[in-house]
Write a protein that binds this ligand. Structure first.
Ligand SMILES: *Cc1c(COP(=O)(O)O)cnc(C)c1O
Length: 497
């Protein structure tokens, strides 16, 4: 199977090359050129298999230039009991006959990005072997918190790779910072940048585009690659858990094989929910994909009106991993559903130039056939966390609560009664301050540090603090470099040479 660019100006490539390149040379995103389908019979065979075996099955449909043995090796390296604290990898918690939660946060950093970032480095290495590339790959990441740590954990000690993460001094929480500056591994670096997330991200982009520096790198046998969510190697691992959740519902006899269900997805960059769309396109019986946003509701407006408009106020919310105004992976959906895929390039140019584009009625209808969209405010999110705890004794993080609240709106507005899976993207302990405040009130957290609140939340709910978070205070601080935003290139050079 070959992959083509959504902008249609680059040559098609095999999946190994798509994974190595990350973004297509014409600035577009790689998408599979052939339709992949799985029939009910094949689905039935997966019911009794492990997460790992289901993963190999799904991956081999797309990564056809990898053989099954190679895929199995990558999958077993990524999804095992060393990296994940739950034997099912992505367990499904059943709340009642109609509702379940898919927990995607049992990996090393307790957020769903581990599902992809544990596998990507392994796929990247195999891809380099395949195309006969002997360079060392250098991963640069600008992070506002979650991605940096998940990428560090994914790439640490992976042969022939080095990873350097920049985070804004003013941008990350105490726990997120501690997670990164205590990172172990012989090939990792972490540097704080005096500035905000935009400064940090612009700095990294500049380095990526510095041709002179790239040439210097190449002389030393190094190449840049990217771990961000537009890489096909990050998207394809996410298709697996939609299948896995469905199969678990069949296995526990909550649904019968072939019955349609909904997924509700807390959405930022549109990567997670797009993987759900690919699963649906492959024939997984999904009725609706419900796209949940926080106050940064650019996607809600887009799905409901057909106008994408990023010219609006940016809100800092209590679900920070969804504070995004440009959802890059949406480009793939537009391409997949357009009758004239040539139009995507124009829309993306409009977005870059004017911050806005408008799709035609036909495409809009196709989107609303598959998706429903809504958003919730911080206040609604906190109220929902509390209600969920009261009704189900289930503790949920802020991102998952956005999804849950939007699901309640969906049910109220549509009356739809399909069995539904809420996709849960972070452990509640990762966003402990907001969760504690939502359930127990503001005065329980006042004057307390994040680490104190972590313990308080555990004591009050009776849940265990995830191991790596609990050990943070005892860990040695390894990375204490701080640089000016103008000094980022120098930091990269020092790290590599
Ligand atoms: C990244 C992230 C999201 C958003 O996922 P997208 O694939 O960007 O839509 C939601 N919740 C959490 C906790 C995340 O880290």
């Amino acid at each position: 199977m070959l992959y083509e660019s959504t902008r249609m100006e680059s040559l098609p490539v095999a999946s190994a090359q798509a994974i190595l390149s990350g973004i297509a040379p014409d600035g577009g995103l790689f998408v599979p050129m052939n339709e992949v389908t799985i029939n009910t019979k094949e689905l039935e065979k997966l019911v009794d298999l492990s997460y790992q075996a289901r993963a190999v099955f799904v991956l081999k449909q797309f990564l056809t230039d990898f053989n099954e043995e190679e895929l199995r090796e990558c999958v077993e390296d990524a999804y095992n009991s060393k990296n994940f604290d739950h034997a099912s990898i992505a367990p499904l918690t059943l709340l009642n006959d109609n509702l379940a939660v898919l927990e995607l946060w049992h990996g090393p950093t307790y957020a769903f990005k581990d599902m992809a970032l544990q596998l990507l480095p392994r796929l990247l290495m195999k891809s380099a072997e395949k195309v006969g590339d002997e360079s060392d790959y250098v991963i640069l990441v600008a992070t506002s918190g979650d991605t940096g740590k998940a990428a560090l954990e994914g790439f640490k000690d992976v042969p022939k790779t080095k990873i350097l993460v920049f985070y804004p001094v003013e941008g990350v929480s105490q726990v997120q910072k501690l997670q990164m500056i205590t990172q172990e591994g012989h090939n990792v670096g972490v540097v704080a940048v005096e500035g905000n997330f935009d400064d940090t991200q612009n700095g990294v982009k500049k380095i990526f585009n510095d041709q002179e520096f790239k040439a210097r790198l190449l002389e030393k046998g190094h190449k840049f690659s990217s771990a961000n969510s537009i890489n096909w190697g990050r998207l394809v691992p996410q298709i697996v858990y939609y299948f896995s959740a469905y199969l678990d519902l069949v296995k526990t006899k909550k649904i019968s094989l072939g019955q349609e269900i909904n997924f509700v997805v807390p959405t930022g960059n549109f990567g997670n929910i797009l993987a759900g769309f690919y699963a649906k396109s492959m024939g997984l019986p999904i009725y609706k994909l419900i796209c949940a946003s926080n106050q940064n509701n650019v996607l809600t407006d887009f799905i409901n009106t057909g106008v994408y408009d990023r010219n609006r106020t940016f809100h800092k919310t209590i679900s920070p991993s969804m504070d995004i105004l440009i959802s890059s992976n949406l480009e793939r959906l537009l391409f997949e559903l357009s009758v004239e895929p040539g139009k995507v390039k124009g829309w993306m140019e409009d977005l870059k130039r004017a911050g806005r584009y408008e799709i035609d009625e036909d495409l809009k209808n196709k989107i609303t056939c598959n998706f429903w969209a809504g958003f919730s405010s911080d206040l609604e999110t906190k109220q929902r966390i509390r209600k969920i705890y009261e009704n189900y004794q289930y503790v949920t993080d802020t991102h998952t609560a956005v999804a849950w609240d939007v699901y309640e709106k969906y049910r109220y507005e549509t009356g739809d009664k399909h069995p539904t899976v809420i996709v849960s993207t972070a452990s509640p302990f990762k966003f402990n301050t907001s969760v504690c405040e939502a359930i127990y009130g503001k005065n329980t957290i006042e004057g307390k540090s994040e680490l104190e609140i972590l313990k308080l939340l555990a004591a009050k709910t009776g849940l265990e603090i995830p191991k790596a978070l609990n050990q943070l205070e005892q860990k040695a601080i390894i990375h204490n470099e701080v640089c000016q935003k103008e000094e980022m290139l120098m930091q990269v050079a020092e790290f590599l040479f």
